[in-house]
Design a protein around this ligand. Structure first.
Ligand code: ADP
Ligand code: ZN
Length: 297
């Protein structure tokens, strides 16, 4: 263990950054967290931490949208984020230049999918979908042991799902699409629809059946298009204990007995699961990205 290379991970969130050094879940040697402020100040704090705690390579699992394609001229940058000051910021480039290490750059949810596959709830499963239901909604996708990029990266939060405007007249909160999945089911959507934050709604509030139906519809679409062997659902809204059981019931009803896999028919509570790494999936995902980069050298 002493001589094993150390990897660095940065979970770049919209509200906080978490930086850690280590090799995996049982071996974190140093960790720090600080609020996400301006890019200059936030990246300077990350750089100062890794100057004190040197690493062989660095992984960054970041809020998006972003450019994860190393061959692209805008690689390493955050793209059209509404987060003030962060659009077009060259996150990976700034870190690589200041620290002199190779930097792997991907979405927070792709990182979490990788960490859950490597160390958590999705070991021995492939493909793996990791969905977060938080302030926004995003999904990461691992296929054949690698993370899916393609055009940029999957945008599973912005798929379209049926919206019964009689039952739910809320027009949706997505600035691009209105009533896409994120527009209907994110923490922001719940707060705007019901006039209070999701965590303050009682467990028997009708909000939760509606939420579970929307999440169930989206997951059923992922089941049909991606054939995942495991779906991991994280994020603050999914921490509400009644949410995942309701989501499983809706997803199974929506699939209507068509997918003849024992995972869906019988053991759906082992198929749609919470993250085994909990709140650490993000920063561990970043360390997993750094390890993957080192292995590809
Ligand atoms: P983020 O998506 O910003 O990275 P989270 O995953 O913690 O962070 O999601 C924050 C969202 O989740 C907020 O909209 C908040 O209202 C909601 N939320 C946080 N905790 C809970 C909870 N226990 N129950 C329901 N909703 C929650
Ligand atoms: Zn949208």
């Amino acid at each position: 263990m002493e001589n094993e290379a150390l990897y660095g991970g940065i979970e770049g969130g919209g509200t906080k950054f978490v930086c850690a050094v280590g090799t995996g879940p049982d071996d974190i040697r140093a960790e720090t967290r600080f609020p996400t402020t301006t890019p200059a100040e936030t990246l300077a704090r990350a750089i100062a931490f890794f100057r004190q705690n040197p690493v062989a390579s660095l992984g960054v699992a970041c809020f998006g949208p972003l450019d994860p394609d190393p061959r692209s001229p805008t690689y390493g940058r955050i793209l059209a984020t509404p987060k003030p000051g962060w659009a077009d910021v060259d996150v990976a480039g700034a870190l690589a230049a200041a620290l002199g290490v190779r930097v792997a750059f991907d979405t927070d949810v792709n990182g979490a999918a990788l960490a859950e596959w490597r160390w958590g709830a999705a070991r021995d499963c492939d493909p793996v979908v990791y969905v977060t239901i938080g302030t926004g909604i995003g999904g990461g996708l691992l296929v054949g042991g690698g993370l899916v990029h393609g055009l940029l990266h999957p945008e599973m939060g912005h798929v379209r799902i049926p919206h019964d405007t009689v039952r739910d007249p809320f027009p949706g909160a997505c600035p691009f699409h209105g009533d896409c999945f994120e527009g209907l089911a994110s923490g922001v959507a719940i707060e705007r629809r019901w006039g209070q934050r999701a965590e303050t709604l009682p467990a028997d509030h009708p909000a939760w059946e509606l939420e579970a139906r929307y999440v169930g519809l989206a997951l059923a679409n992922y089941v049909c298009t991606l054939a995942p062997q495991k779906i991991v659902v994280g994020g603050g809204v999914a921490q509400q204990p009644q949410v995942l059981p309701l989501v499983r019931r809706h997803a199974r009803d929506i699939l209507g007995g068509y997918i003849r896999s024992p995972h869906v028919a019988g053991r759906i509570d082992e198929y749609i699961v919470p993250p085994a790494l909990g709140g650490r999936a993000g920063v561990l995902g970043a360390i997993a990205l750094a390890r993957t980069l080192a292995a590809a050298r």
